[in-house]
Write a protein that binds this ligand. Structure first.
Ligand SMILES: [Zn+2]
Length: 415
């Protein structure tokens, strides 16, 4: 039963990653491809071109998810789906997302080079808008596929300049012929496999090659609005000011302390701030910020949210401002398929790769799929654990190690 390993072309995978990376490429070596932007559209077109070149049949659904299919000997069987996303943060790096899609493509090519026929079809997917950088929420395309988000609702979402997502959907479809429509919500896959950079530094610190992810964290994210009072910055006595921005500054520092106290299992971020009237000589009367809590334990997540609520109440009382905390979005922890975790560890051992298990703090498309079918999320190291950054980096060898593991898991799953 032991067959030769599928031969991953490390140099081809690396050249694909670097070629895609220069689309929306930034001077500092990152990529800037917000979902459905002209750069994302160019990235999609390149993926479609490579998929067709590899002999894969392309389909696209109404949220722009792209599927590249390698037929199985029994086309009626559900596919083994391999994927991730090609959109990036603003700016982002070259690996968060693209690694999982392009490694999937290389797995399909390796199967064809080996003359391998699988019973189940194998599909490589590019999920639309995983990052949620331009349109919220993130993990959008896969959640719509899984029926967790309503298509009609997300199509009405607008970016910060007022552009409606539905008006950008024309940009989801590369201008190539031979791309068929795919149904939505999507059919249940046989298995879903996603390769991703770790986005923290544990693999690097421990000198390991692969992590099989066991579960995700509990999350809660939303906005907080601080309502003060407008006035003249050079005449209104300091004692009478109800400065929304000053109160926001105090709250940001309190929230940062709550995050520091929750490490390493929990974190919290405030990263978007809007301020009105945002004029040099007006005391700000309204400030709005985003916040997001993650913790491996749902109870601890709730306690962190309660601490933020307490900080809001204290600052409201001390400064005489109205502060509203909007709980926008709770996400419960998701457990990944234990059988696939075990398979991944076995395959890694066979390939001579050092492998461990770990949870993930952050969200991935695999969370959407985990509710549909047995799902595996696989991590490879990234330098310094850095991601959502132009400095994000993963070596050619690390990328290829992930693809080799993915290839063997896909072959095993596809039969
Ligand atoms: Zn990602």
């Amino acid at each position: 039963m032991t067959r030769a390993q599928l031969a991953i072309d490390r140099d081809r995978l690396w050249s694909d990653l670097m070629t895609l990376g220069v689309i929306g490429g930034t001077a500092a070596g990152g990529s800037y491809r917000p979902a459905l932007s002209p750069a994302d559209r160019a990235g999609r077109a390149l993926f479609a071109h490579w998929a067709q070149e590899a002999g894969l049949a392309l389909r696209i659904d109404a949220i722009g998810n792209m599927f590249a299919r390698r037929e199985g000997t029994d086309p009626t069987l559900p596919p083994v789906v391999i994927g991730s996303h090609l959109d990036t943060q603003m700016p982002g790096g070259r690996f968060d997302g693209p690694l999982g899609v392009l490694a999937g493509l290389e797995v399909a090519r390796a199967m064809t080079r080996a003359g391998l026929a699988t019973r189940h079809p194998v599909e490589i997917v590019n999920w639309t808008n995983e990052e949620g950088a331009r349109f919220q929420p993130g993990v959008m395309g896969s959640a719509v596929y899984a029926g967790q988000l309503a298509l009609g609702e997300v199509l009405e979402r607008r970016d910060s300049t007022g552009v409606r997502l539905s008006d950008e959907m024309a940009n989801a479809r590369p201008g190539l012929s031979g791309i068929a429509d795919a149904p939505l919500p999507g059919p249940v896959p046989h298995r879903y496999l996603e390769l991703h950079i770790e986005q923290s530094a544990r693999l690097e610190t421990e000198g390991q090659d692969i992590a099989m992810v066991t579960r995700s964290s509990a999350m809660c994210s939303g906005y907080v609005s601080l309502h003060g009072e407008n006035g003249h910055t050079q005449t209104l006595p300091m004692s009478r000011r109800r400065n929304a921005l000053a109160a926001a500054a105090e709250l940001i520092l309190e929230i940062e302390k709550i995050g520091a106290g929750a490490e390493p299992d929990g974190m919290v971020g405030v990263s978007v701030i809007e301020n009105w009237p945002n004029n040099r000589v007006n005391v700000p009367h309204l400030t709005r910020m985003s916040w997001a809590v993650v913790h491996l334990d749902a109870g601890e997540r709730d306690r962190m949210v309660a601490r933020i609520e307490a900080a809001v109440a204290a600052i409201r009382d001390a400064r005489g401002l109205e502060i509203t905390l909007e709980h926008r979005h709770y996400r419960a922890p998701v457990a990944f398929d234990q059988g696939l975790v075990t398979t991944g560890l076995e395959v890694a051992a066979r390939l001579g790769l050092g492998a461990i298990t770990m949870p993930t703090l952050t969200a991935h498309d695999a969370l959407s799929l985990a509710g549909l079918c047995p799902t595996a999320l696989i991590f490879v190291p990234c330098r310094g654990g850095v991601s959502h950054s132009e400095a994000e980096w993963c070596s050619p060898e690390q990328a290829a190690n992930g693809a080799r593991l993915l290839a063997e898991m896909a072959r095993q799953a596809a039969g």
